[in-house]
Ligand binder design. Structure first.
Ligand code: FUL
Length: 465
């Protein structure tokens, strides 16, 4: 087992775009630090993606189906994937990920290797294909499609007969990755239950990852163990603080592994990490992942969603917010209005950057320290900062303090006071603080893992709830 783990880890790091060998950071020149691939950059810049849990569980009112469902129960009479995509786009989402197959094994596309699929439901005769309608809707609304294909399959008779199930799973991956055009993200969860024969399935992760790379070289792969995107380590909508996009791949050898060191690596990443593998924060807008009418009054409130946004996007992560379709095949009106309200609030909070164009000199004060000053030109009230590193060059900042003074008496007056302190920044760090009237702002970089580069500072009046 140990050998296999080491092998998997080295494969995962080798498969990761931009991966470098497991040398110590101290030996690395800045240009050797891990950096994102174009696909990882595009993934991060989406900021918001919608997760859609949909399948036989929607009709049985369960969260984990056991694979014995009659396909005939799947009958979303009013299914309208354009309604999903329009609601997502209007609320600022840039990607969507659909559960093409959950643990029950029921396929939302007509898979040739199983009868547990939409092709054996009554919906749309035997011609239904939810994945096709989903991908078409994404394209029509300019969203990037992603697919979740559960490795754990409680229906497949060959599950637990490892080589045979791995063939079966690769056949399903191949169908999904060859029939529907470009797929932006492939989502592997780590759940791994007992097979019907009592044996555990040993997944051939190297083969799965290799299949995706070969068939969709521009897709990112998500799992606890990447190789491109890592799970953030919880389903509460909270990324770690700090949250490094670099990891040590040996710490999380395969999806589904657990332990304290793994939990910490998922939450925080590792400033010494040798591989670029940013964290994705998945959370449901409702208590459960699948739609249950009993939860219609328990859709997360706007303030909670705003907190989640600050704790994920605002901590150098990406938010994957689950909005599950109903039995009609539509997003519920409450959920749609809640994501629209979130969008309105975020848009209002970040409407007016009072620091735009106001940066003064960036000054290196040491090999790993620097100071960056802004003159806002007039006294303005601010309550929130958005800090951004140029992550195309990697992630460097390890500790900073944001100061301001009110500038009374011609711009230089008033004492410097602390607005916020933090550790790393990465793609986006959102700091909220007690609203203050400020004129001069100073970002002091107190530590960095490589010589720091100028940070983009945006300042806003509102601080949110
Ligand atoms: C987990 C699954 O067991 C849950 O049902 C859900 O799909 C979540 C996003 O991933 O591994």
């Amino acid at each position: 087992m140990q050998d296999r783990r080491v092998f998997l880890a080295s494969l995962a790091s080798g498969v990761a775009a931009g991966a470098i060998g497991p040398r110590r950071l101290a030996a690395l020149a800045p240009q050797e630090r891990p950096r994102p691939s174009p696909a990882q950059l595009a993934w991060q810049r989406d900021e918001l993606a919608m997760f859609l849990h949909f399948g036989v569980n929607t009709f049985t009112d369960r969260e984990w189906g056991d694979g014995t469902e009659d396909p005939a129960i799947f009958n979303p009479a009013g299914l309208d994937t354009r309604q999903w995509a329009r609601a997502a786009r209007a609320a600022g989402f840039r990607a969507m990920i659909l559960t093409a197959k959950h643990h029950d094994g029921f396929c939302l596309w007509p898979s040739a290797v199983t009868t547990h699929s939409v092709a054996h439901s009554l919906w749309r005769g035997d011609r239904g294909d939810v994945v096709r309608e989903f991908v078409d809707a994404c394209r029509a609304e300019g969203l990037r499609p992603g697919l979740y294909l559960s490795p754990w399959d409680r229906n497949a008779p060959v599950y637990g007969d490892s080589p045979r199930y791995n063939d079966f799973y690769v056949a399903q991956l191949t169908e999904l990755l060859t029939r529907y055009g470009s797929i932006a993200e492939v989502w592997f969860d780590g759940a791994n239950g007992e097979g019907p024969n009592g044996r555990r399935q040993v997944y051939d992760w190297p083969r799965f990852f290799g299949t995706v790379r070969r068939l969709q070289p521009d897709a990112v792969m998500f799992s606890d163990a990447g190789p491109d995107i890592r799970w953030i380590g919880n389903e509460n909508g909270v990324a770690g603080d700090p949250n490094w996009s670099t990891v040590n791949p040996d710490t999380v050898p395969y999806p589904g592994a657990s332990g304290d060191a793994i939990a910490a690596m998922l939450q925080h990443g590792d400033p010494q990490g040798t591989v670029w593998r940013p964290g994705e924060t998945d959370v449901s807008i409702r208590p459960s992942w699948f739609y249950h009418a009993a939860e219609d009054e328990r859709v997360k409130r706007l303030d909670r969603l705003t907190e989640i946004y600050f704790d994920s996007v605002g901590r150098n992560s990406k938010l994957l917010l689950n909005v599950p379709p109903t039995r009609d095949g539509l997003l519920h009106a409450t959920d749609v209005s809640r994501i629209a309200a979130l969008h309105d609030r975020i848009t209002a909070l970040f409407a007016d950057d009072v620091a735009a164009g106001k940066h003064l000199a960036w000054q290196a004060t040491g090999r790993r320290t620097a100071v960056w000053e802004l003159d806002l030109g007039r006294a303005v009230r601010v309550g929130c900062a958005r800090l951004e590193e140029d992550i195309e060059q990697g992630q460097a900042i390890a500790r900073y303090t944001l100061y301001a003074r009110d500038g009374r008496g011609g711009g230089m007056g008033g004492a410097w006071r602390v607005l916020s302190r933090g550790q790393t920044i990465g793609y986006c760090k959102l700091d909220r603080f007690e609203p203050a009237t400020v004129r001069r702002v100073r970002l002091v970089i107190e530590d960095a893992v490589t010589p720091p580069r100028p940070v983009r500072i945006r300042l806003y009046e509102g601080s949110g709830p």
